[in-house]
Write a protein that binds this ligand. Sequence first.
Ligand SMILES: Cc1cc2nc3c(=O)[nH]c(=O)nc-3n(C[C@H](O)[C@H](O)[C@H](O)COP(=O)(O)O)c2cc1C
Length: 163
Amino acid sequence: MKQLLIVWHSRTGAARAMAEAAAQGAGSEAEVAARLARAAETQAEDLLAAAGLIFACPENLASMSGEMKEFFDRCYYPCLGRLSGRAYAALIAAGSDGEGAARQLGRIATGWRLKAICEPLIICTHAQTPEAILAEKRLGDAELTPCREIGAAMAAGLAMGVF
Ligand SMILES: Cc1cc2nc3c(=O)[nH]c(=O)nc-3n(C[C@H](O)[C@H](O)[C@H](O)COP(=O)(O)O)c2cc1C
C-alpha cells in the first residue's frame, strides 16, 4: 500500500477544506492510503514514509503561514537528499494573491528535488476586511473540485507507478 501524505495548516478553514477534498479525491484508489497530517504534528519520518506529498496552507503576509514554515524548517535538513523524485502538489488558500506562498513552497520542493505533478493550485477567498479575513471560510464545489481532482490524479499516478 503506497501512502499519500497531505500536510496542512489552516487558520480559518480554507486550506483545511482543500486538504480534505484532496484526501477525498484520493480515496477511490484502493492501492493508495491518503493520510491528512497537521503541519505542527508532522515529522520527517512521516514524509520519508510517503510515496507522494500534498502541501496545503494559506498565504499570510505574502508567504506561507508560520506553522507551515515551521514544519518545513524542522523537516528540511532531516529529509534533504532523501525525498528526491517523489511526487508533490501544492494547494494554497489566499485572500487575493497566493503567489508568494506558492513560490516559497516551490523553492523548498526544488531543494528536496520533489517532482511537481501540476502547477500550484491557488484558491482566493476574496476576503478584504479584517472581519472577513478572520471569519471561518466555507469553500464551494467550484473551489473544492480541483482539489479533489489533484488528490485523485496523485493517487492514480502513485497506483500506476507513473510517479
Ligand atoms: C495575518 C494574515 C495575513 C494574510 N496575508 C495575505 C497575503 O499576503 N496574501 C493573500 O492573498 N491573502 C492573505 N491573507 C488572507 C488569507 O490567505 C485567506 O483568508 C485564506 O483564505 C486563509 O486560509 P485559511 O482559511 O486556510 O486560514 C492573510 C490572512 C491573515 C490572517
